[in-house]
Design a protein around this ligand. Structure first.
Ligand SMILES: CCCCCCCC/C=C\CCCCCCCCCCCCCCCC(=O)SCCNC(=O)CCNC(=O)[C@H](O)C(C)(C)COP(=O)(O)OP(=O)(O)OC[C@H]1O[C@@H](n2cnc3c(N)ncnc32)[C@H](O)[C@@H]1OP(=O)(O)O
Ligand SMILES: Cc1cc2nc3c(=O)[nH]c(=O)nc-3n(C[C@H](O)[C@H](O)[C@H](O)COP(=O)(O)OP(=O)(O)OC[C@H]3O[C@@H](n4cnc5c(N)ncnc54)[C@H](O)[C@@H]3O)c2cc1C
Length: 664
């Protein structure tokens, strides 16, 4: 059979729930669904946003094409009077990293969070109209994770009432800031503040990089691109830059002064605002990255699920069709937990957005009490979701067999664009270590301070340490309370065990370093409690549509019991579960996979991804895979001619045994 059109039609008929209602549940609300559906179609129908050919372009062409897309997008935003929410959706569906990401998601939020009212009044309107284009220049050649180790200096000159921004060493060169190499006119530069020879910590400064008339770098500024990055196309639409400052003068009022101020006399004034607010932009972007993880994972899962229904291997009986690979239990046990993870990350992302909005409102009112919790949650969930998504995309490639390795499957570019999320905005291990600090503190205070927020479950520390799981049959695992309790008990026991081992060290920092690998595992266990609990909270809400809630419940159990199976070593070692109970959870998981199976295609249809966004022959909505793969192969410019350039020069002389006289 050519193509899989009929397979997918039949697959869609198997759905046991209302797909349109599930689309709304995925989007968050009917209004959100309609908005994103409208913008998705706008992008899909606009030839300027074509992206299938992107991996074939050279860097300069790729970059210029990206500039064109941004200009076209900006024109649409103005002409159609799109709101900021619509503009961000437009960016999502265009699906191309560009300098505007840094402008809207780092430069503007940094000024909003760390600028004074006067600074916001001056800079935000300019930035929002794209009259200045800003980037976020924190990382240096020598330091990224260790922000306090940055070497760039900002020395106050009382004579001129200016700061002098300087890169004293090679390793102090700013390295990585996106949008900077060729586009941005300004950057928030993080530098060590020096007043009268004294160091006063790292702060952010608005530094103009380029002349607004002719775009040339300003005197004292050396700027360039840091070079090609992983994968063709992918993140190479972004101009990640290197900047070197040679005593560049900026006015004093361009230091972001909400957290601390420098007076005209050069005195340092520390306000009541905690120093950690300097890191506020990172909290914002980490929350955004968590929200985006489900988008990337759902794309890969959609491709792998549709293709697994089209693809057949082995098992033909009496000349009948072979088995769809989606029917192999091994395929299901690799694919369905990823499908469930996409839903889990969608819901925890929604919750984290709410948490961030709440923290932001509190910060604006100078209430900093929830900042440590927000930091731990954003850091930990950023780490958990991006690691699982990056691994999940790669697993989806393998689930598609050989064809998954073709660029036309859409997976290689998705992977290459996505994986840096495990590193940028905080390396995932470094982020988990931040959660570990928060957990260790929480555990050490358990005797006299009630844990709150996401650690509130540790109030029941005695019960969680002493009681054991009561499950006796596979069926009994289908109880949200039982599942959540298992995750809470495992997390509490791992955190308490780390705390007890840490207490044996004379020097706590030495102990922390020595036990850091265990601490990262305990932090992951705590973050999994958050994801699992937020999924349960979602299920406690009203979810309209025939069969929608039931299917989400199935996905919840798949997600949670798969994690339990994967980490059963922890659950057993902490003594909460018996091997028999772990094995019953695995039995239940197999039953759950058969419940997902008839709904698999409808569940990925519910993501409402357009063929444009997926940019994948394997993941086409109509399942018409083989004819389109064949067609794409012969449309590849490499197949323009039967005789490739170089054949006559390098291959034929070899065939004719004439290499000795050939010109190479
Ligand atoms: C082509 C089409 C375009 C169309 C366009 C049309 C128009 C566009 C419209 C809209 C566009 C929208 C775009 C949407 C796109 C979205 C994509 C989003 C992607 C953005 C791209 C991101 C690129 C990446 C950018 C970066 O990577 S920036 C650099 C990030 N760097 C890091 O993350 C560094 C990591 N290190 C650290 O964070 C810290 O140093 C540390 C490791 C956490 C701490 O180190 P240290 O121990 O030294 O800490 P101290 O400084 O001593 O402080 C310790 C105490 O502070 C607490 N702490 C630490 N961090 C925080 C924090 N963030 N918040 C609060 N508290 C914090 C810590 O807990 C300690 O507390 P204590 O109580 O224990 O003392
Ligand atoms: C595509 C991309 C875009 C970026 N865009 C920007 C941008 O716009 N602006 C900007 O300022 N930066 C940007 N960055 C830089 C990014 O934020 C940093 O690379 C990131 O924070 C990691 O820091 P690092 O490179 O110093 O890693 P390192 O800290 O050097 O990490 C190397 C290894 O050391 C380990 N490690 C480090 N510290 C510890 C520790 N304390 N304990 C245990 N292990 C540790 C890490 O886990 C990792 O395995 C970007 C990076 C990428 C890849």
């Amino acid at each position: 059979m050519e193509g899989g059109v009929d397979y997918l039609i039949d697959e869609r008929k198997k759905a046991q729930f209302d797909v349109e209602a599930m689309k709304v549940a995925w989007a968050g609300s009917r209004q959100a669904f309609e908005l994103s559906d409208r913008i998705a179609k706008l992008v899909a129908n606009d030839p300027i946003f074509e992206k299938f050919s992107r991996p074939m372009l050279g860097r300069k062409e790729l970059f210029k094409n990206s500039l064109r897309k941004v200009a076209h997008a900006w024109k649409l935003i103005i002409d159609l009077r799109l709101s900021e929410e619509e503009a961000k959706l437009l960016r999502h569906y265009i699906d191309e990293p560009a300098y505007t990401d840094l402008q809207w998601e780092m430069f503007i939020p940094a000024i909003e969070g760390q600028g004074t009212e006067e600074q916001k009044r001056k800079w935000l309107p300019l930035a929002r109209k794209m009259q200045v284009i800003g980037s976020y220049a924190q990382t240096e050649l020598g330091h990224g994770s260790n922000v306090q180790g940055l070497e760039t200096t900002a020395t106050f000159d009382p004579q001129t009432d200016e700061f002098v921004i300087h890169s004293p060493t090679l390793t102090s060169s700013k390295w990585w800031p996106g949008g900077t190499a060729k586009v941005s006119t300004h950057a928030i530069v993080y530098a060590r503040l020096i007043l009268d020879g004294q160091f006063h910590g790292v702060h952010g400064f608005i530094v103009q990089l380029r002349n607004l008339e002719n775009h040339t770098p300003l005197p004292g500024i050396t700027v360039g691109d840091i070079g090609m990055k992983f994968g063709n196309g992918a993140y190479n639409t972004m101009d990640n830059g290197v900047i070197r400052f040679n005593h560049v003068h900026i006015p004093r009022n361009q230091m972001l002064m909400r957290v601390s101020q420098v007076t005209r006399e050069g005195k340092f004034v520390q306000s009541d605002v905690p120093r950690q607010l300097l890191y506020g932009t990172m909290v914002y972007v980490r929350q955004k990255i968590v929200a985006d993880a489900s988008k990337a994972l759902s794309r890969a899962v959609c491709i792998a699920t549709r293709y697994s229904a089209v693809r057949r291997q082995f098992g033909s009986r009496n000349g009948g069709p072979e088995i769809q690979v989606i029917d192999y239990k091994t395929q299901q046990s690799r694919l369905f937990p990823l499908l469930a993870s996409a839903y889990a990350f969608r819901f925890v992302g929604e919750w984290l957005k709410w948490l961030y909005t709440d923290v932001k409102q509190r910060l604006e009112a100078n209430d900093f009490s929830t900042l440590p919790e927000a930091h731990a949650c954003t850091a930990g969930l950023k780490s958990l979701t991006t690691s699982a998504t990056a691994d999940g995309i790669e697993e989806c490639r393998k689930l598609c067999g050989g064809h998954g390795y073709l660029v036309s499957s859409g997976i290689p570019e998705l992977f290459a664009t996505y994986v840096p999320a495990c590193t940028f905005e905080g390396d995932n291990v470094v982020m988990m270590l931040q959660v570990a600090r928060f957990l260790v503190k929480t555990v050490s205070e358990l005797g006299y301070k009630q844990p709150v927020g996401t650690t509130a479950y540790m109030r029941r520390v005695t019960a969680l340490m002493q009681s054991n799981c009561a499950v006796r049959t596979a069926e009994e695992w289908l109880n949200p309370g039982v599942v959540v309790e298992a995750f809470e008990a495992r997390s509490t026991r791992m955190a308490v065990a780390c705390g007890q081992r840490l207490a044996k060290f004379e020097n706590p920092e030495e102990g922390f370093a020595e036990l850091s690998a265990d601490l990262v595992e305990a932090s992951l266990a705590h973050c999994q409690v958050i994801v699992v609990s937020k999924f349960v909270e979602k299920l406690q809400q009203e979810i309209p549509g025939k069969g929608v809630k039931r299917l989400l419940e199935v996905l919840f159990y798949v997600y949670a019991l798969f994690l339990l199976h994967k980490h059963q070593g922890d659950f057993l070692a902490t003594g909460y579960l018996t091997p028999k109970q772990a094995s019953l959870a695995n039995d239940q998981l197999r039953i759950l996979y058969s419940k997902v199976r008839p709904n698999a295609i409808a569940l990925v249809d519910s993501f409402n991804h357009t063929d444009h966004l997926l940019s994948s022959i394997l993941g086409r909505y109509d399942g018409n895979v083989y004819p389109k793969l064949y067609e794409a192969a012969f449309n590849d410019p490499f197949n323009d001619s039967d005789i490739a350039d170089g054949i006559h020069q390098y291959v034929q002389p070899m065939l004719r045994q004439e290499l000795h006289s050939a010109k190479l």
